[in-house]
Design a protein around this ligand. Structure first.
Ligand SMILES: [Zn+2]
Length: 379
């Protein structure tokens, strides 16, 4: 799952930082403190430039956050379900639980972020113009830098390559016009990949010409765009493959269950060794009460296996940890991929209190492989 640090909640959305973000913070602060600000405002001390660099980098972070929140807040108002934003190098990735249902919705969500950046750019620009350069030269410099960087964020995000905002806007409009989301996505993500290659090539040229930091930026951003374009496309393909399918179409049944009163030693002997599953639902008096995974078993010392009942070692189940046979396969996959389920990867399927099957990430991946194998190469 996404590695990162949870920061705080805003508008009901959890904000997290990816570790790569710290590299960017240092790079930004450093290049501002040793390059940009000394050039713009000569004659101050290193400490002053360093403070300006760090403050500007942190404010930039707030601006990126505002951009991402604008997307997510709009999405949630339009009925999507975004609980978490992870901030990466040049923006964020909202934990996407589903794709927009139609072009118009996608267009509104996609354009919300760039609008936020545009507003911020205008605000910082206005503020920097209002400040007297004689009295507050440094403040003016920071503000005009922020105006510039918000404008850059806007320009970068509006590149028409999926899944950048510009690519989403492009895709949404194409989608609205033709009704063909597949083709729209394919074209938009191909443009995105092409642009990524261009950025990486530009970066390498810069590095060879001696502009190491500037070139490294281009390469970074290029790799980021490339990965995003690939991932964004795959997500659409997966969604397509799972369309119309329900959990009951994919789940395994019947389910082999273990009684909670059985000892761990017997469970290992009679179930794990025999059936080679990574997890088994645990029943107490005919009711589903838990899930015993290999990790649970390993969590107990081997000497204690004969005396530890399964019910004690097993992962206790909440309603959140189960699925209904009528749930959409795509929602099921999203739930499996979301952090809530990383301890299991398997979900018991329950209908009116009865255990009717079990579904795992592997069941879904199998189906995707199978469908992928049947599909003719598309043109
Ligand atoms: Zn955006």
């Amino acid at each position: 799952m996404a590695k990162g640090i949870k920061l705080f909640k805003l508008l009901g959305i959890q904000i997290s930082l990816d570790y790569t973000w710290f590299i960017v913070l240092v790079l930004f602060s450093w290049s501002l403190a040793y390059g940009y600000f000394p050039m713009k405002n000569p004659g101050f001390g290193t400490g002053t430039y360093l403070a300006m660099g760090i403050i500007s980098a942190l404010l930039l972070f707030a601006c990126v956050l505002a951009h991402e929140l604008s997307h997510s807040y709009t999405a949630n108002r339009l009925g999507m379900d975004i609980h978490e934003i992870t901030l990466f190098i040049f923006g964020g990735v909202a934990r996407l639980t589903k794709e927009p249902e139609d072009g118009a919705t996608e267009l509104k969500i996609a354009i919300a972020g760039p609008i936020a950046s545009l507003v911020l750019a205008a605000l910082f620009y206005g503020a920097s113009r209002a400040i007297d350069p004689e009295t507050y030269p440094l403040l003016k410099s920071v503000l005009s830098y922020l105006a510039f960087i918000n404008f850059m964020l806007l320009a970068f995000n509006m590149i028409p390559g999926f899944p950048l905002d510009g690519g989403r806007v492009f895709r949404a409009i194409w989608w609205m016009k033709t009704g063909d989301i597949d083709r729209a996505t394919k074209i938009a993500s191909t443009i995105g990949k092409g642009f990524a290659v261009f950025l990486i090539a530009m970066g390498l040229i810069q590095i060879f010409m001696g502009n190491f930091v500037g070139g490294l930026w281009f390469v970074f951003i290029g790799v980021f765009v490339q990965q995003a374009a690939e991932g964004g496309y795959q997500q659409v393909v997966i969604k397509k493959a799972l369309e119309g399918l329900k959990v009951k179409d994919l789940m395994s049944k019947p389910v082999i269950t273990i009684k909670s009163s059985m000892s761990l030693a017997d469970a290992v002997e009679e179930f794990f060794f025999k059936f080679h599953h990574a997890a088994f639902p645990v029943m107490t008096d005919g009711r589903l009460t838990g899930l015993l995974t290999l990790t649970n078993v390993r969590g107990v010392k081997k000497d204690d296996w004969p005396t530890t009942p399964v019910g004690e070692a097993a992962h206790k189940l909440d309603l959140e940890d189960t699925m209904s046979p009528e749930d959409n396969a795509m929602d099921a996959l999203a739930k499996m991929m979301s952090g809530q389920a990383d301890n299991l990867g398997k979900f018991p399927v329950v209908a009116s209190g009865e255990l009717v099957g079990i579904i795992s990430r592997r069941d879904i991946l199998h189906l995707l492989e199978f469908k992928g194998g049947l599909k003719k190469p598309s043109t």
